[in-house]
Design a binder for this molecule. Sequence first.
Ligand SMILES: Cc1cc2nc3c(=O)[nH]c(=O)nc-3n(C[C@H](O)[C@H](O)[C@H](O)COP(=O)(O)O)c2cc1C
Length: 196
Amino acid sequence: MDSNRDTATWLKKLQGVLNDNQALPESKYLQLATINHKNQPEVRTVVFRGFLETTGSLLIHTDIRSKKIQDIAANNHAQICWYFSQSREQFRFTGSIQVITAQSKQQSLRLQHWQQLSESAKQSYFWDTPGEILALDDEFQSHANQSNPTQPMSDNFCVLLFSVTEVDHLQLKPTPHIRNRFVFNRHGWQAYKVNP
Ligand SMILES: Cc1cc2nc3c(=O)[nH]c(=O)nc-3n(C[C@H](O)[C@H](O)[C@H](O)COP(=O)(O)O)c2cc1C
């Protein structure tokens, strides 16, 4: 066991991997799993939107009306699985999620992320409720509740802060493969080399 109290080594590794894989747009796609009210897993692909500088939390955008928000409200424990095809490595993050909504304190963070969105991405937060069943023979009308460029931030836009408590990092390129675990406890971050 390697005690590493000052720095989260996994964060430096992840930043390096993101840098190495930046030519691949799909390297920003990760799988986020939550637990629903029936205690069953729900997984979906989302876009990685950066780190919270102060804590290293992973940032994700979503619509407050989406199903995952109900899951998180009932149980904020979650996992992320993220594979980088160029460097052939996987990160699995265990942690919990805080939802930054229009009612939260951290409005500067929310605004900063809203401003980085493309116009079409902004528009999607004014569409009808995601996941709702359409009437028979209806087509989805994306122009419903259309925004205009001067419109303020949609109340539906929220930022998820995924706070990491455990990391499982698997590297497939070398043979034998390399696997490291990082666990956060009262002593800080602990690093373990484990069998792949
Ligand atoms: C490549 C890709 C990227 C996606 N990015 C996001 C995203 O950043 N945020 C998001 O809420 N949904 C994103 N989605 C849609 C989700 O996978 C999912 O369908 C949606 O969020 C509804 O999930 P829920 O019903 O579990 O809340 C993305 C889907 C794909 C295929």
